[in-house]
Design a binder for this molecule. Structure first.
Ligand code: CA
Length: 347
């Protein structure tokens, strides 16, 4: 009897010892998860062509206010002189007017856009309605050089690029030679400093797939990026943002905490209210900062290519590093709710 009890005791101690060792190994005992570092983010946008770019910039600021990201720079791929000042006035509204803004030279879509131009020019009692430091895009630095400068100062494998317009700037970045900011070529610099490219581009719907604006407006640039970008890419295809609309009721009700809000004013200028606009660019921001929250599904890894009809084609394969987002009905509800809360969050 004594002997049985002794044997049982030995087994029990041994079992507990094994359990403790296993827990220590997996870090379950006494280990607090380290606080997550804010995501170092660069936002490249064709601000002015569609209103989702403006709301996406607002979402970035809300996430930064929550300690989840740090906006290192904004670069603009729309070649219009009001695109960069509008980005600067939004940054200034969120009290981050020192964030550098770079612009494309000899870029695409120079045409005017009311929603970026009118907020830049609006005055009340002789003062700019939305103060800013950058008066014209002509005064802003060229985007490729700014991207090189900002990237060269970041820790290795730390930067997430969010690209929600054409690939003009990041394609030129890939092709850029060594300069005063870095002895590396653009491609090597990206490989060293970036960890992810989250881009709104292409179309990966199972049916009815068409060519997509961000791809076909600068086709050569998009092809270069899909072929030569050296980090993983996650693309939010046209069908993702199309399935998740931003409610006009939020624009009408949730932005009234100030007399003049640049995002709700821009939204009203873009189209006749009320309208629910697709959230394309916002989804690429949300995934970039919160990739592990289950807002979206992601495809298998593979490669994205553009075919001769300018349509994106995905081929799964173990060596590829590119994926695309998917979304189901429950996720659509969650993403819309998150985006409304974030876009309308006061500075
Ligand atoms: Ca865009």
């Amino acid at each position: 009897m004594e002997r049985e009890r002794y044997r049982y005791g030995v087994w029990w101690i041994a079992a507990m010892g094994l359990l403790l060792a296993a827990n220590l190994q997996t870090g379950l005992v006494g280990a607090e998860p380290p606080p997550a570092e804010p995501v170092r983010l660069i936002f490249d946008t064709d601000m002015g062509n569609d209103i989702d770019d403006a709301l996406a910039l607002g979402v970035i600021h809300a996430l930064q206010s929550r300690g989840e990201c740090q906006l290192l720079a904004v670069t603009v791929s729309k070649d219009n002189e009001f695109a960069a000042p509008f980005c600067d006035l939004v940054n200034t509204f969120y009290r981050r007017g020192k964030i550098p803004v770079g612009v494309v030279r000899q870029g695409q879509t120079p045409e005017n856009s009311r929603y970026i131009q009118e907020p830049c020019l609006a005055k009340d009692d002789g003062q700019l309605r939305y103060p800013r430091t950058l008066l014209s895009g002509k005064d802003a630095p060229e985007a490729t050089g700014l991207l090189r400068q900002v990237l060269s100062r970041q820790p290795d494998a730390s930067v997430v690029m969010v690209v929600v317009g054409f690939s003009t700037n990041i394609s030129r970045l890939l092709e850029s030679p060594a300069d005063s900011h870095s002895p590396l070529t653009g491609r090597a610099l990206v490989a060293q400093k970036c960890k992810l490219l989250s881009m709104m581009a292409g179309n990966f719907a199972e049916r009815g797939r068409e060519k997509e604006y961000n791809v076909y407006v600068d086709l050569a640039a998009a092809k270069n990026v899909f072929t030569n970008w050296p980090t993983p890419i996650v693309a939010s295809g046209f069908e993702i943002g199309s399935a998740i609309t931003f409610p006009a009721t939020s624009i009408e009700n949730d932005f009234r905490y100030v007399k003049h809000h640049p995002l709700s004013e821009a939204y009203r200028l873009y189209q006749k209210m009320p309208y629910d606009r697709q959230t394309w660019d916002l989804t690429s921001v949300l995934y970039a900062v919160r990739p592990d929250r289950g807002y979206f599904g992601v495809s298998l890894t593979g490669t994205i290519a553009v075919d001769d009809k300018q349509i994106t084609q995905f081929t799964a394969g173990p060596t590829g590093r590119q994926r695309y987002l998917t979304v189901n009905p429950d996720q659509i509800v969650r993403v819309r709710e998150a985006l409304v809360q974030l876009a309308s969050q006061p500075p």
